[in-house]
Design a protein around this ligand. Structure first.
Ligand SMILES: C[S@@+](CC[C@H](N)C(=O)[O-])C[C@H]1O[C@@H](n2cnc3c(N)ncnc32)[C@H](O)[C@@H]1O
Length: 207
């Protein structure tokens, strides 16, 4: 069952700021420093697209961006973003249903996997994995549980809310760390935000 964030496009960023302050933004902006100049970048599940403007502040030109977002209303907002002199291909579809004949230097998955069951997460992970060039980096931001009671309360509330409103399929976090390990990736850099409820990591294939 595909999620549908259309309903939430108009308030998603506001709600995120209300609950998390700048934590979800900071986690993603932290990752953007690792994007090399003149690279090809795949962004999956970018939401309203503010990440495009943050990336453009760092690289006003030279990037070749492919932006895949399943929700039409999120995509409409993303297409209005300032992307400077970077080239952007916008694809309004589920990543796993898109035929892409290109390989990328960088992929960014910001709070994408938390929408998925283990099975979908595995499928999406494998699909993205085969789109990477040798030596590519994968920038992933997501929630994680580190044993604090308030994290499970917040997570359960989020799943309940987005299951009802956006029909997301997940009711618990998939084990994304396991997918990266089984996929042969190693962590190059990382940082935690909002206590350590949010984790942002830079992965590279272990050669
Ligand atoms: C939790 S939101 C995060 C949005 C944004 N990254 C942010 O942090 O503000 C997940 C986003 O992924 C999109 N999405 C979910 N499944 C997708 C898929 N299979 N392919 C592409 N986008 C997807 C949703 O429409 C939504 O915009």
């Amino acid at each position: 069952m595909a999620s549908n964030y259309n309903n939430s496009a108009w308030f998603y960023d506001g709600l995120s700021r209300l609950v998390y302050g700048r934590a979800l933004i900071n986690a993603q902006v932290y990752l953007l420093q690792f994007v090399p100049a003149n690279s090809s970048v795949l962004i999956v599940g970018g939401g309203t697209g503010w990440i495009l403007e943050e990336l453009t502040k760092i690289h006003p030109s030279g990037l070749s961006l492919t932006y895949v977002e399943i929700a039409a209303d999120m995509m409409a907002r993303s297409m209005r973003r300032n992307t400077g002199l970077n080239s952007v291909a916008f694809i309004n579809n589920a990543i796993e249903n898109v035929a892409i004949n290109e390989e990328f230097d960088v992929v960014i998955t910001p709070f994408l996997f938390d929408n998925f069951t283990e099975a979908t997460a595995q499928k999406v992970f494998n699909y993205i994995h085969q789109l990477l060039k040798p030596g590519a980096i994968w920038l992933n931001a997501d929630f994680q549980l580190t044993g604090k009671w308030w994290q499970s309360v917040l997570l359960k509330s989020m799943f309940l809310f987005f299951r009802m409103l956006c029909k997301i399929e997940a009711s618990q976090l998939p084990d994304v760390e396991r997918l990266f390990i089984l996929g042969g990736f190693k962590v190059l850099e990382g940082n935690c935000f909002y206590g350590d409820f949010v984790v942002a990591r830079v992965y590279e294939i272990e050669l």
